[in-house]
Structure formats: C-alpha cells, structure tokens
Write a protein of this length. Structure first.
Length: 167
C-alpha cells in the first residue's frame, strides 16, 4: 500500500500526503430538479457551485443525513429517491489543513417545499445562496468538484458517461 496519497485540493491542484493524515468521511448529496431547474449552493471561498449535502454523522442513516443537510443549507424538505451514483475521492481541505478519504453518495430527490433560505440563515460554514439554476445552463465546470459526475448523473447533453466504480 502506498505511503503517500495524492489528494485533490479544495483551492485547486493536488497535494501528496501521508495516508495517516486521511480521515474517512462519508457524505451525501441531493440531485433536486424542479420545473427544469437544479437546486444549487454557492461556495463562500471559491465562487463555484455545489449540490446541497454534506457529512454523515456517526449512526445517522444516509437518507436522514441528506434530509438534514438540505434543510440546513437550503431550508426545504425533500423526499429522497433512488441512489444516483457513488464516488470515492481523496480530498485536502486547505482552509482547515484536513485530509479526507471521501465516500460520496448522490441521490435523486423531489422537493416537498420550495421556499429557499436567505443567505443569512444558511446553516453551513462553506455554502451560501441556495438557488434554482436552469438545467440548460448547468455545465461540469461550474462545480467546486465532481462536476463531470454530476452532469452525467443528470443526463446533461455532452456529459461523459459514468464509469462503473473501480476500487
């Protein structure tokens, strides 16, 4: 097993870190489409977009974590549907000098409410500005990370096919 792991940096680029620095971090994200628009979050630090979602608390079910994260970040209730996709990633969060072996679960969701939170009520240190963005304007390069996978899971025109998981 390699002693160093190459991680994608939050602020761009990569960094090689000792394996021991990595914490396992399962997280869950919602693909929420309504009337031809995708629910997205802004990012306070890098000015790119992300899906609503985040870390799973110990003992919390994936679907419960997703509903909690969407409520905290966007302020709406959702019905969690089927698992859309999974990705494993190695990630370095520069602002806090933390490294993660990330296990990312993506679910299709249907909104049950529609009043999005104003910025000052978003309960997340990184996310801001929940908004609906027309699917026709969503491209992989808009995202903080995993834009290629998100575009493929949404079936956007020109998206690369999703490769099967290879461990």
């Amino acid at each position: 097993m390699p002693e160093q792991v190459t991680c994608d940096r939050f602020l761009g680029g990569t960094i090689d870190l000792p394996r021991e620095r990595l914490a396992i971090r399962p997280s869950v994200y919602g693909l929420i489409v309504h009337q031809g628009a995708l629910l997205l979050m802004g990012n306070r630090r890098v000015g790119r977009l992300s899906l609503p979602g985040g870390g799973i608390e110990p003992g919390e079910r994936l679907t419960d974590a997703l509903r909690r994260e969407i409520r905290e970040e966007a302020g709406i209730a959702v019905r969690v549907g089927r698992l859309a996709g999974f990705r494993e990633a190695f990630f370095y969060y520069d602002p806090a000098d933390l490294a993660f072996h990330s296990l990312l679960f993506f679910f299709h969701c249907a909104p049950l409410s529609f009043d999005l939170l104003p910025d000052d009520r978003v309960d997340d240190h990184e996310s801001t500005h929940p908004h609906w963005r027309p699917l026709a304007t969503v491209t992989p390069d808009l995202f903080v990370s995993h834009g290629d996978l998100i575009a493929a899971l949404l079936g956007l025109p020109g998206a690369a096919p999703v490769e099967p998981f290879q461990g």
